[in-house]
Design a binder for this molecule. Structure first.
Ligand SMILES: Nc1ncnc2c1ncn2[C@@H]1O[C@H](COP(=O)(O)OP(=O)(O)OP(=O)(O)O)[C@@H](O)[C@H]1O
Length: 230
């Protein structure tokens, strides 16, 4: 389902002709099966976000290929990549990235508006997504009226509403207290088990990493250890 083949990534900083090369990822390979949770840990600066941005198609690798759902995304044009992302990938962020002036309902609805779907279809899908995260009664609340855990659930609903099978998560519990972190992790596990959703989660937290069926640890842009939980 996701295959990362010998990815390397280098950023070039400074003026053309005088660039400094910063090698951030070196020869990374792994694959993720449908319905699997993979967690990627590593210290700050180890390359986790860069790897997530590559798999999400926001960056193109300097070397190597990334295959998602049998498609080599590294060869897609910008337009095709944007369409592919919309159809196949959803994202969850540490900071939730909800729009403060929009209600929970409107935040979840937004990607469907961008997709150009009709109002009736949108309503059905938004209410189903809100039910799936247990917040159907909070549709008219603004983000500031919700707890951190509830805001993350709304951002998960916004990911679910797209009905993609793969969710990429960047420190999904990084802004939550430990009790709420456990609640959100249990919810991610439930979604994974009940709905066979695939998660790629980056985290610096070993506790969060434990939910991975497969675990990768990055050190200075290289895979240092891989593990399979028991
Ligand atoms: N756009 C960029 N241009 C140049 N260098 C970058 C860019 N993005 C990231 N880097 C560098 O790449 C390295 C890895 O950064 P990355 O954000 O992937 O690490 P990370 O493990 O996600 O860190 P954190 O946990 O702090 O978010 C860092 O040294 C960073 O300075």
């Amino acid at each position: 389902m996701i295959k990362v083949n010998n990815i390397s990534h280098t950023f070039y900083l400074g003026k053309k002709g005088k660039e400094t090369a910063v090698s951030v990822l070196k020869d990374i390979s792994f694959s993720v099966n449908e319905g699997e949770i993979i967690t990627i840990t590593g210290k700050s600066g180890s390359g986790k976000s860069t790897l997530l941005n590559l798999v999400g198609g926001f960056l193109r690798p300097t070397e190597g290929e990334i295959w998602i759902e049998e498609k080599n995304i590294t060869t897609l044009s910008e337009g095709d990549l944007a369409d592919f992302r919309l159809e196949n990938l959803s994202f969850i962020f540490q900071s939730f990235q909800l729009i403060p002036s929009m209600t929970a309902y409107e935040n979840v609805e937004l990607p469907l508006v961008l997709k150009g779907l009709d109002r009736d279809i949108r309503r059905k899908r938004v209410m189903t997504a809100l039910e799936r995260v247990g917040l159907q009664d909070h549709a008219s609340y603004y983000p500031s009226e919700l707890s951190g855990g509830q805001q993350q659930r709304i951002s998960i609903a916004r990911a679910l509403v797209m009905e993609s099978k793969i969710i990429l998560a960047d420190e999904p519990t990084g802004s939550l207290d430990s009790e709420t972190e456990q609640e959100i992790l249990a919810f991610i596990k439930e979604l994974n088990e009940k709905e066979n959703l695939t998660f790629l989660i980056i985290t610096h937290d070993e506790e969060v990493a434990k939910i991975g069926h497969q675990r990768i640890h990055l050190h200075d842009g290289e895979i240092m250890k891989e593990g399979v939980s028991v």
